[in-house]
Ligand binder design. Structure first.
Ligand code: TRP
Length: 328
């Protein structure tokens, strides 16, 4: 089974991303032939600043490697290093009615706000379909918000196949049943748009400070507390062992534990999980040549597959020089 997903290099990762997307995708590399790429073509629809594009691209690669992406079995690469994907975008655009794109969530939202939409944003789902189909992907792990896009990719693959013959594998979305909603500092879902995130790579001191700012009720040290309605405890459950969870729950239910103590316990388990990865992360950012070596190897594997699938599609539509005539 081949699993493929794209990560947009447009933000610094937070604990919600780590638990909701990165950790499940890394777990999948054990049982799938995984292809994970940095979606810089997609990012360009909104991120139009070369320095930040370069910076975020390196950071995403370093993040995934530091957290356990195994380059020996998983191919990590940058989307724009596979130009075949833009060519396939055109082939797919020609079997898709524009109505489907007008109904896509992101486009509709922009229209409703009266924002001007660039053509890249309009074509976003077609590029994403090309990403998926060009690697003969079977499984596409994504968040709920991307499910519609994977369904559109299936529609394009089916439309193309019924017109031109069996060229594309029909992919399935895998929606990570989030362990739980991951609460942010204010108790709402952790999300960049709420400004309530805890970034993965904060230095220990700042991480501690962020954790200390989590909202709680105003119960004092001597009052008993309910772990099941507490944001601090909800996060603790996502990082601690079952024994640690049971022990802290017991302390909540008896006098003597202040929220400051609970936050300190939370800091300890989060820090224990992140500290070794943080060392690897800092090392990689200081040695970009190590990141590049991984990306080069991933690009070679990805591009070999992409070229084969694109040749099949070119052949199917009747382009004369399939895969492509040589020029020199
Ligand atoms: N659109 C996805 C997101 O915003 C990123 C992405 C681009 C992607 N191409 C993909 C995800 C292909 C899965 C498969 O998160």
């Amino acid at each position: 089974m081949r699993a493929l997903t794209g990560i947009k290099p447009t933000a610094t990762p937070h604990l919600g991303n780590l638990l909701g997307a990165i950790a499940p995708a890394l777990a999948l590399q054990e049982k799938a032939d995984a292809f994970y790429f940095i979606a810089d073509y997609h990012a360009l629809t909104t991120l139009q600043d070369a320095e930040r594009m370069r910076q975020y691209t390196r950071e995403v690669a370093a993040t995934w490697l530091a957290l356990g992406l195994d380059p020996a079995r998983t191919s990590l690469f940058v989307q724009s290093d596979i130009p075949e994907v833009t060519e396939l975008t055109w082939l797919l655009a020609c079997v898709l009615g524009s109505g489907a794109l007008e109904r896509a969530h992101a486009y509709k939202a922009a229209q409703q706000d009266g924002r001007e939409v660039n053509v890249g944003t309009f074509l976003y789902p077609v590029l994403m379909a090309a990403d998926i189909l060009i690697y003969d992907s079977n499984a596409v792990p994504v968040g709920k918000d991307q499910k519609q896009h994977v369904e559109m990719a299936r529609d394009m693959a089916q439309a193309f196949n019924s017109r031109f013959g069996e060229v594309f594998v029909i992919p399935e979305p895998i929606i990570a049943e989030a362990v739980a909603t991951i609460p942010g500092l204010d108790g709402r879902k952790m999300s960049k748009s709420y400004g309530n995130t805890i970034e993965v790579w904060l230095p220990a001191k700042q991480l501690r400070k962020k954790i200390m700012s989590i909202t709680t009720d105003s119960r004092g040290v001597d009052e008993v507390k309910d772990p099941d309605t507490c944001n601090v405890f909800a996060l603790y459950k996502l990082f601690a062992t079952p024994e640690q969870i049971a022990a802290l729950a017991e302390r909540y239910r008896a006098p003597g534990l202040g929220y400051g103590h609970a936050k300190e316990e939370l800091f300890q388990v989060v820090e224990a999980r992140l500290a070794p990865a943080r060392v690897r992360y800092e090392h990689l950012l200081a040695h970009p040549e190590e990141i590049d070596a991984v990306l080069d190897a991933g690009t070679r594997r990805a591009r070999t597959i992409a070229a084969g699938v694109l040749a099949r599609a070119r052949q199917a539509v009747g382009f004369a020089g399939a895969p492509r005539r040589a020029v020199m």
